[in-house]
Design a protein around this ligand. Structure first.
Ligand code: URA
Length: 204
């Protein structure tokens, strides 16, 4: 790992000027992670969406509301976990007044991984939860299929555990109410595994 642990405010400041890939050009700002400096659990999403890009905070839009609901149901206080994204600039194409989300590609994920590594080295969580394919690719450093790996604690070479699950936006996109309810319950079940890693003995 190339990371040198800096405080989160210093890292955030450095990341604000990141030009490691081209995504900064059209985005409003870098959306860095947020949460307690030594959270036991780190949640990793894909990239900021439209609302996050404007607010400068991760998971504050519709996917964030879905995440908040599921965290609550799993017994996790969002204020106790560190929430970040694999890619820290919003990637989109303009369509009239709308900015349409675009999935980040491998070079973009790789270019941004330094920030995830540095967040990891600073926060040193016990568990990292990768939500969706982009997060899993960043967390494991390679393409990692969600369904084959989800729902169980995986030991990593970096000295922490990892848990793979779906991205909350996936739940928002499911057209069928039954499938949506079923998949939501599975997502909550995965987060309940994360909840087992939250103990009361590590100061945030
Ligand atoms: N989707 C993400 O992956 N991250 C966010 O912050 C918002 C939506």
């Amino acid at each position: 790992m190339t990371a040198s642990p800096l405080s989160l405010p210093r890292l955030r400041e450095e990341a604000a000027g990141c030009r490691a890939c081209h995504l900064w050009k059209n985005a409003t700002q870098t959306v860095f992670g947020e949460g307690p400096a030594h959270a036991q659990v780190m949640l990793v999403g894909e990239q900021p969406g439209d609302k996050e890009d404007l607010a400068g905070k991760p998971f504050v839009g519709p996917a964030g509301q879905m995440l908040d609901r599921a965290l609550k149901e799993a017994g996790i206080d969002r204020g106790k976990v560190y929430v970040t994204n694999a890619v820290k600039h919003f990637k989109f194409v303009p369509r009239g007044k709308i900015r349409l989300h675009q999935k980040p590609n491998t070079p973009e994920i790789r270019a941004c991984r330094q920030w995830y590594e540095r967040e990891l080295a600073t926060v040193r969580p016990t568990l990292v939860v990768a939500m969706g394919a982009t997060a899993a690719q960043s967390v494991f450093g390679r393409i990692t299929p969600i369904n084959k790996n989800r729902g169980r604690l995986i030991e990593t070479n970096d000295g922490h555990k990892a848990l793979v699950t779906v991205h909350p936006s996936y739940l928002l996109r499911l057209p069928e109410a039954d499938a949506r309810a079923r998949e939501y319950e599975r997502f909550v079940d995965d987060l309940k595994i994360a909840a087992t890693q939250l103990t009361h003995d590590k100061a945030a």
